[in-house]
Design a protein around this ligand. Structure first.
Ligand code: GTP
Ligand code: MG
Length: 384
């Protein structure tokens, strides 16, 4: 999907800044021949943060940003002057971004809210200058602390769309058509399977200026949870939806069976999806008459509220919105949104640019350099 704008995972190398070293300087002025230690502290290294930003819908802006590094803290110097703190880096991400360790697949953190800031890597603390080590028994400590090292990590950011309602259905069920009717989104619609290749989001306006977000994802087929069709790649976008709207066309051979296949694929993918609220829409109901609808009623799966709709004639669309709104506002509803992020299998993710990835080298200083004590002799003899 190299040419696609819908980027829902990226791999990035991140490094915080290391702490600046403390200074081991001694005060040297004209009439104070034996000034005490006055070496200042090193500055702290910059942190790496993630921040949720509702203006981003995908991770596209990070696709070509493969190294994100904060700067190092400055070294301390004479006259107790502290080194400058390194600059932090803030990675702006869409709400619903989950972060994993790229080597192990281990879940690290997630960002769900606009403005939410999470520290990903801590900058190294600055080392203390020698004036901190002055004691009654050691008036002239020649020792200053080195700064703490930087932290580095290769991470995978994965987007899981945060929609209120996720559309679940076989290809051609009429999912995109529904989204185009209830929101301003303009997804591609056509009479063949897999018209939708990447998720679309739309904002559905409801009475009294209220609204909710609906996500149209590519069609699911039997075996999707094992990677068939567009497979697994998009199933994760359903994980975070509060409510699942199953869509089965009126002309399906067996509505109940189709529903069960869909349900089964979701459960295979993540059993927690069973706990989500769900609604069933029988789409394309303009093909039915009253009598047929009554007959079909008997064949529908039990335990799930349903509505007959037609995006073409508008049949049942208001009733559907009412039903979705009611379900979305049920008490204790948000319980199920706290889905647990499992660690991921990183071997299953394709990154088109893995081979030419180079670890950046810090050319400012040798990272393995050990701190050494030193006398700073050529310091300012300005004679104030
Ligand atoms: N008669 C009738 N046809 C419909 C209705 N809704 C959608 N269709 C038709 O069904 C076909 C598939 O519609 P889409 O909305 O593209 O279906 P989809 O579920 O998004 O399909 P994929 O993106 O392939 O998964 C199109 O030819 C639509 O015109 C409806 O309410 N009534
Ligand atoms: Mg579609």
């Amino acid at each position: 999907m190299a040419e696609s704008n819908f980027v829902d995972y990226v791999k990035i190398y991140c490094r915080s800044g290391k702490g600046g070293r403390g200074s081991a300087h001694f005060r040297r002025e004209k009439y104070i021949p034996k000034g005490g230690p006055d070496g200042g502290d090193g500055g702290r290294g910059g942190h790496i943060y993630l921040r949720g930003n509702r203006n981003y819908w995908t991770l596209l802006h990070l696709k070509y940003e493969r190294h994100i590094m904060a700067t190092n803290g400055g070294n301390g110097s004479a006259k107790r002057s502290s080194g400058k703190d390194g600059e932090d880096r803030v990675i702006e991400v869409p709400c619903g971004t989950v972060v994993y360790d790229a080597e192990t697949g281990e879940f690290i953190c997630d960002v769900t809210e606009d403005g939410q800031q999470v520290m990903l890597l801590k900058g190294g603390r600055g080392g203390l200058g020698n004036f901190n080590f002055k004691t009654s028994t050691n008036q002239a400590p020649r020792y200053a602390q080195p700064g703490e090292p930087a932290q580095e990590r290769m991470v995978i950011l994965q987007l899981k769309l945060l929609a209120d309602v996720g559309l679940v259905g076989f290809p051609n069920a009429g999912k995109s058509t529904l989204l185009s009717v209830v929101s301003a989104a303009k997804p591609k619609i056509a009479n063949y399977p897999f018209t939708t290749l990447e998720p679309n989001l739309g904002i559905v306006s409801y009475r009294d200026n209220r609204s909710f977000v609906m996500a149209d994802i590519p069609g699911i087929i039997e075996g999707a949870s094992e990677g068939k069709g567009l497979g697994l790649r998009f199933l994760r976008h359903i994980e975070r939806n509060s409510l699942l709207l199953f869509m089965v066309p009126a002309d399906a051979d067996d509505i109940r069976k189709e529903y069960e296949i869909l349900n089964n694929e979701l459960v295979q993918y993540n059993p927690e999806l069973l706990d989500k609220r769900r609604v069933l829409a029988i789409t394309k109901s303009d093909m039915l008459d009253e009598e047929l609808m009554e007959a079909l009623e008997q064949e529908l799966p039990e335990g799930i509220p349903h509505v007959f709709i037609s995006s073409i004639t508008g049949l049942g669309i208001v009733a559907l919105k009412d039903l979705l709104w009611r379900e979305l506002n049920q008490e204790n509803f948000h319980e199920v949104e706290r889905i647990v992020h499992k660690n991921i299998d990183v071997s299953g993710l394709a990154f088109d640019d893995d081979e030419d990835f180079v670890f950046p080298v810090d050319d400012e200083e040798d990272p393995d350099e050990e701190y050494e004590e030193y006398w700073d002799d050529e310091e300012d003899d300005t004679g104030r």
